[in-house]
Each structure stands twice: as C-alpha cells, then as structure tokens.
Design a binder for this molecule. Structure first.
Ligand SMILES: Nc1ncnc2c1ncn2[C@@H]1O[C@H](COP(=O)(O)OP(=O)(O)OP(=O)(O)O)[C@@H](O)[C@H]1O
Length: 308
C-alpha cells in the first residue's frame, strides 16, 4: 500500500529526509519513531501529496505521488500534527462540513458522521461546540474527520502528542480498532512505548535517515539471541554477583535495587547451573527467570550507538 524508494527532501543544504526506503503491505501498522525534527512530518506530507520531494519515488495504493495525487487523496486519511477547528461550530456540523467536501451527500452524510463519531466515542458530544472539547477529544474528532471517506491508508502525525495518559490510552485503543478494520496505518511518535503494542513494523528516523526499519517480530528475535536473567537472593547480592560473574555462561552482572540483572553470552543455556552455583555457596535464591523484553528495551539495544 505504500512503497518508497530513495525518497529525499532537501531544504538548502539540509536533508530533511535522505534516501528513505519503505514498503508497507495492506493491514500493516507502521510505527514511525523519531525525535523532533527527524523528518517524520516531511515524509508523511510527501505521501499525502502535500509536498514534493527533491527526488525519489513514492507510491500509495499503487499510485505515484507525481502523476496520481488525486487518486491518492481519495484513499488516504491524513491527520497532521496540528490542525485547526472552527469557532461556533458544533461537532456534528464540523464533520458534516468535511463530509460535504468529500462529496458525501443526502441522508448518507448524517449517517456516516454519526457512525464515525460513535467509533471515536464522541457521540455524546455531537451537539457541543468544537471549541469546548478537550485536547484528547479534539484529537479524536480529528481522527473522525479523516475516517469520513473510509480511507484504506491512514497517515497519522503524532496523534497522541500533548495528551494526558488516559487520552493516550484511548487513542491507542482507537488505533487498535482501526487496525482490526484492516486499515494500513502509518503513525508517528517521538516516544516508542506509545506505539509498541499496536505496530507490526517499526521505523526509527534520525536526522532524515531511516536507521531502523524492521518487523517487530524480527527485532524481538534479534534481541532475544542474548538472554537476560533476573536473579535475586535474600542475603548478599554482591556475593551472588561475584559468583555469577565467574561462571562461563555469564557475560555481565548488574546489581540493582530489584536484584541482579545477568546477561548471558549468546547461545542455549541451562539456567539451573546458576541456581546450583548460588545454592552450593550458601545463598538463598528467591528469584530466577528471563527478563521480559518489551519493544522499548529491544530498540534501546538495537539502536545503541546509532542514535547517540
Ligand atoms: N519548510 C521548511 N523549510 C526549511 N526547513 C524545513 C522545512 N520543513 C521542515 N524543515 C526541516 O526539516 C527537518 C525535518 O522536519 P520534520 O518536520 O519533517 O521533522 P519531524 O520529525 O516531523 O519533527 P516533529 O516531531 O518536531 O514534528 C527539520 O530539520 C526541519 O527544521
């Protein structure tokens, strides 16, 4: 649904994005992570046909951004990082205004507006003024707006930015629903945890360069090659750390407030050897298990040295 080759945008000498390569299939949810100024908005605006690249190719739904921008606009929903709402307009009027712009006519218009309002859980605000909505509600209204024409591809630029934790969770829930509806979604954020559990693909962009572009599953596999154990004893942690450090399967031991974090050298290991080592030396083992890897830990490991 999205295919990008060698995509580059220059402003003077600055490469806002530099030789981006990207491929998303139908139903993919791509988390686009990067700090401020990394190039996320530039990429999305090019895909939304609002900005021309300096060079490179980009196709959305098989249509080229150069020759078929109108066709692309019909199948995408683009939500910019900032958008205005109009004063003195009710929520339903606001949506009907945009539905009319999409040439949705007659009774169908009201029906579709009500449907998308229900989808984003704003049905109860139907007759309120848009200016009276909270930031989280306004973001949900923005999402409702880009869903009116039932687009196949969603380009969402930082939909959760500036929201409180509850509103962030609500947006995540909504994105999951859209994913389940089979939409192809590109969603940007400067924080990874926000996207970790909803994406199947992740890209990390830094100073215009896509430094990581991978399936979430592959990333997890790559990181899992090196197991990390959480071990704890009820008595002397330092003594336990010294013993473990000397074992041939152990690469390093970190002593923390929650216990020991033991990184093993790559390979298959029998963890019971470590338990035996501690017990044989008179220490009381209270915990031994693999550290859970979340996507955040995985990416910190993978991008170590690249992003600094
Ligand atoms: N119209 C412009 N003229 C000159 N430089 C620009 C212009 N638009 C963007 N840039 C620069 O291009 C780079 C990428 O900007 P972009 O807005 O794509 O980043 P971003 O990852 O979306 O950041 P943010 O998270 O702050 O939205 C930045 O260095 C920015 O200053």
């Amino acid at each position: 649904m999205i295919e990008v080759h060698d995509l580059t945008k220059k402003y003077g000498d600055l490469f806002a994005i530099n030789k981006i390569e990207l491929k998303l299939e139908r139903g993919d949810v791509f988390g686009f992570i990067g700090p401020n100024g990394a190039g996320k908005t530039t990429t999305m605006r090019i895909l939304a046909t609002l900005l021309n690249p300096t060079w490179g190719e980009a196709y959305v739904g098989g249509y080229s951004i150069y020759t078929k921008p109108k066709e692309i606009r019909r199948i995408i929903g683009y939500m910019p990082d900032f958008f205005g709402v109009y004063d003195n307009m009710q929520v339903i009027e606001y949506l009907e205004f945009f539905a009319a712009a999409y040439r949705i006519k007659g009774p169908e218009r009201r029906k579709i507006c009500n449907e998308v309002l229900d989808l984003v859980d704003l049905g109860y605000k139907r007759n309120e003024l848009v200016t009276s909505l909270s930031r989280g509600m306004t973001q949900r209204l923005g999402l409702a707006r880009v869903l009116l024409h039932d687009p196949q591809v969603l380009l969402l630029d930082e939909p959760a930015s500036g929201l409180d934790p509850r509103a962030r969770i609500e947006i995540r829930g909504l994105l999951k629903e859209l994913r389940n509806m089979g939409k192809t979604i590109m969603v940007s954020s400067h924080i990874l945890p926000e996207l970790a559990d909803i994406c199947n693909k992740i890209g990390i962009i830094e100073r215009g360069e896509l430094i990581v572009n991978a399936d979430v599953a592959d990333v997890m596999k790559q990181v899992r090659q090196q197991s990390v154990l959480k071990i704890d004893v009820s008595d002397d942690r330092e003594a336990a750390a010294k013993l473990l450090e000397q074992h041939e399967m152990v690469e390093k031991v970190e002593v923390g407030k929650q216990g020991l974090r033991v990184t093993l050298i790559p390979g298959d290991h029998d963890y019971s050897q470590l338990a035996r080592l501690l017990l044989d030396n008179g220490l009381s083992l209270t915990q031994l298990g693999e550290e859970e890897i979340n996507l955040e830990t995985a990416f910190m490991t993978l991008t170590k040295g690249i992003t600094s």
